[in-house]
Design a protein around this ligand. Structure first.
Ligand SMILES: *Cc1c(COP(=O)(O)O)cnc(C)c1O
Length: 465
């Protein structure tokens, strides 16, 4: 396979390889990396499957969305992107490290196991949100690359690598967990003070060691701007190597393609039709992964984005007018984004508005509708949804009946409800059991530094430690 090349969304002449794209996060011109061309994946995946069935691997084949199956699919899906890079031969090991938990596809209504709507449960990882997949893949990739470089002949060891991550709630915890205690790597977490749930805040601040957490006096957009400025700052670049772990990093996006691949193949097997997805969206990283999966040829039909009251994307699709704005705080706080950075990748893929409108739809859901959807899911199906997942249910319920019944739909469940107990328990009048891994995190001591949303402040906080 030829080495794949990646270009900046802002300049098709700015070309780089897979490893550099992963390590830099952001292109030098401030753009985001996208593949310069698209491999066609489906025929290769089907060939690999046919071969493994001929080899008699079938009877014990793990369910499509088990950890083992995801890890193996991840190797095939990501291989064309990593081809010819220093990571290519380590890819199976990296995938096995990253995909260490399942992504079950369960019926929305447990009493209708063959019903057309399912939940894709992406919250069974260490920090109970879908971001664990991307964060763990990126961390494992960077760790493998550093190890390979340290042991290379003539190597003089390596500088510390600082991962800067802005978070609206879940990213920071997932990234901190994935990089915690990895030698030679430190993590800087920036989150908006007072705008994340108490459970999320503990997950952002409970690590210590190589993880430093900053409560920024500002919004998520301030955190995101600060992270971008830090990554491009010559003074900080002198101190250590810098990289982002935000959803703008290719190393987070590509592993997310994998669960859409697995889910769409499972749906086609079960229903004989391509899957349509409703995706709770903020910065559009998760949705973009689904769009990329479809672009790669996987059996995916409609893709509908469920946004909260931050309606920059729904408004843009309706009016054609791109108007980023300050984010507003909602119950689905991990989606409180007023200027979604991955829009740049989406528009690079569909520069024409009419084409973009054909590729995705977007809806907005307000807090009252989120509350109502949480209550409806519990009353009708006995299911406890997090506020983000509830936006997907609301958007699904709004679909015209013939669309809802005519095809298999997958609602993407992005976080475990226990992370948002404070919101949900009063609505359903019941306590939410906390998964063990989450309970362990919540018991750790916390430490955090409060800062103003300025690069100079962050710089000095980092220099003085
Ligand atoms: C991050 C997050 C989202 C939004 O995902 P994007 O990739 O930013 O669009 C939705 N739900 C939860 C629980 C999240 O943590």
């Amino acid at each position: 396979m030829n080495a794949m090349r990646f270009v900046s969304t802002r300049n098709p002449e700015s070309v780089t390889g897979f490893v550099a794209a992963l390590e830099r996060g952001l292109a030098p011109d401030g753009g985001l990396y996208v593949p310069s061309e698209w491999p066609v994946l489906m025929p290769r995946l089907l060939q690999a499957e046919a071969a493994s069935q001929r080899a008699g691997a079938d009877p014990a084949r793990p369910a499509r969305l088990s950890a083992t199956a995801l890890a193996s699919l991840a190797s095939s899906v990501i291989a064309p992107f990593a081809a010819g890079s220093a990571l290519a031969s380590d890819l199976p090991a990296v995938a096995a490290e990253a995909f260490s938990f399942a992504a079950p596809l369960t019926p929305l209504d447990p009493l209708e196991p063959d019903g057309a709507a399912s939940l894709l449960e992406l919250f069974h990882g260490p920090t109970a949100a879908f971001k664990d997949f991307g964060a763990r893949f990126l961390a494992a990739s960077l760790a493998h690359l550093r190890r390979a470089r340290r042991t290379a002949p003539g190597s003089h060891g390596s500088r510390t690598l600082t991962i800067v991550v802005a978070t609206s709630g879940d990213t920071g915890g997932a990234v901190a967990s994935a990089f915690h205690e990895r030698p030679g790597i430190e993590v800087v977490v920036l989150y908006p003070k007072g705008l994340v749930s108490p459970t999320q805040e503990r997950q952002l601040t409970c690590w210590g060691g190589n993880v430093r957490s900053f409560a920024v006096r500002g919004t998520f957009d301030d955190c995101q701007r600060l992270a971008k400025e830090a990554l491009l700052d010559p003074q900080l670049r002198e101190r250590s190597d810098l990289s982002s772990a935000n959803s703008i990093n290719l190393g987070r996006l590509l592993p997310q393609v994998v669960y859409y691949a697995a889910a769409s193949l499972a749906v086609r097997e079960r229903h004989g039709a391509p899957a349509s997805f409703v995706i709770p969206s903020g910065n559009l990283g998760n949705a973009l992964a689904c769009i990329w999966a479809r672009k790669l040829g996987l059996p995916i039909a409609a893709i509908v984005l469920a946004h909260n009251a931050n309606r920059t994307v729904p408004d843009f699709l309706a009016t054609g007018d791109w108007r980023p704005r300050p984010s507003v705080a909602t119950l689905a706080s991990a989606m409180d984004v007023g200027n979604p950075s991955n829009m740049e990748r989406l528009r690079a893929l569909y520069p024409d508005l009419a084409e973009l409108r054909g590729a995705v739809r977007a809806e907005t859901v307000d807090d009252a509708q989120i509350r109502a959807a949480i209550q409806a899911a519990f009353r009708r199906f006995g299911r406890i949804l997090c506020p983000h997942t509830a936006t997907a249910l609301e958007v699904y319920e709004r679909l015209p009946r013939e669309q809802r019944n005519g095809r298999p739909w997958v609602l993407v469940a992005t976080a475990h409800a226990a992370k948002f107990r404070e919101t949900i328990e009063p609505l359903i009048g019941q306590r939410i059991p906390v998964p063990d891994s989450l309970a362990q995190l919540l018991a750790r001591p916390v430490s955090v530094t409060e800062i103003a949303p300025q690069l100079a402040t962050l710089r000095s906080a980092l220099w003085t430690c």
